[in-house]
Design a protein around this ligand. Structure first.
Ligand code: PEP
Length: 250
């Protein structure tokens, strides 16, 4: 499977920041990066402009509604995102689980809505610092997977393991910690989905930077990254995408 590297801009950026990013990306990427899917998830209001300025990147969204349409003020549906040209959508990011009270059941509905619209869902899971310190990280992540993947089939989603204590903190999980959790996630996916669970890309997220990306991608169970802060600058996101491209996945 190809590597996957996804930029999550969260609620950062502006029209001019997007133009500057696009100019810098063009200057860096004179040749396409082989064996890696590079995805940009800007704030939704900039999605169309991102697609015009950066047609060489796949377009993604940071969230979608669980319903396809209706009286849901402020929500954006998965079919609308597909209509806009998105092919990926992040669901269940810890900032939405924590800040918006999203449950595994809701994440599963959103992921189902995404798949129904032909989008690949990026289903995020990850434990808190307290849970890791208490040694329950594997049970926590298994339970999140079981709840958040209800009704999904292999081929409709990828998983992003994002330990909450590593997001935006500068404290990356060590390659050993990340790889070991990815191995656990792989086993859980095989239990849930049978042998097709082996084909699902597992991304790591949490303070990925150009200087740690190579060692993370060298781990056998890490197929890519979901990148927050370091994706806001074209040079650092490009360096991460290049490391993924050179990681030997095909
Ligand atoms: C994220 O937002 O999903 C993330 C991993 O952020 P950061 O890379 O800044 O830790």
């Amino acid at each position: 499977m190809s590597a996957v590297v996804i930029a999550n801009w969260k609620m950062h950026g502006s029209g001019s920041a997007l133009s500057a990013f696009a100019n810098q990306w063009q200057a860096l990427s004179d040749q396409p990066l082989p064996n890696v899917d590079v995805v940009l998830c800007p704030p939704g209001v900039y999605a169309q402009r991102a697609q015009q300025l950066l047609p060489q990147l796949a377009l993604g969204a940071q969230d979608c509604a669980p319903e396809a349409e209706g009286a849901y003020t402020g929500d954006i549906s998965a079919p609308m995102l597909a209509d806009l040209g998105c092919s990926w959508v992040i669901v269940g990011h810890s900032e939405r689980r924590q800040g918006h009270g999203e449950t595994d059941a809701l994440v599963a509905q959103k992921a189902r809505a995404a798949a129904n619209a032909g989008l690949t869902a990026v289903v995020c899971v990850g434990e808190s610092l307290e849970q890791r310190q208490g040694g329950s990280q594997e049970q926590v992540v298994s339970a999140q997977l079981q709840g958040s993947l209800q009704g999904l089939a292999a081929g409709e989603f990828v998983v992003a393991y994002e330990p909450i204590w590593a997001i935006g903190t500068g404290h990356t999980a060590t390659p050993e910690q990340a790889n070991s959790m990815h191995e656990h996630i792989r086993q859980t996916l095989v239990q849930l989905l049978g042998s097709r669970g082996s084909d699902i890309a597992l991304l790591y997220g949490g303070s990925v930077k150009p200087d740690n990306a190579g060692e993370l991608f060298a781990c056998p169970n890490i197929d890519g990254a979901l990148v927050g802060g370091a994706s806001l600058m074209a040079d650092s996101f490009y360096a991460i995408a290049k490391a993924a491209s050179e990681s030997g996945r095909t």
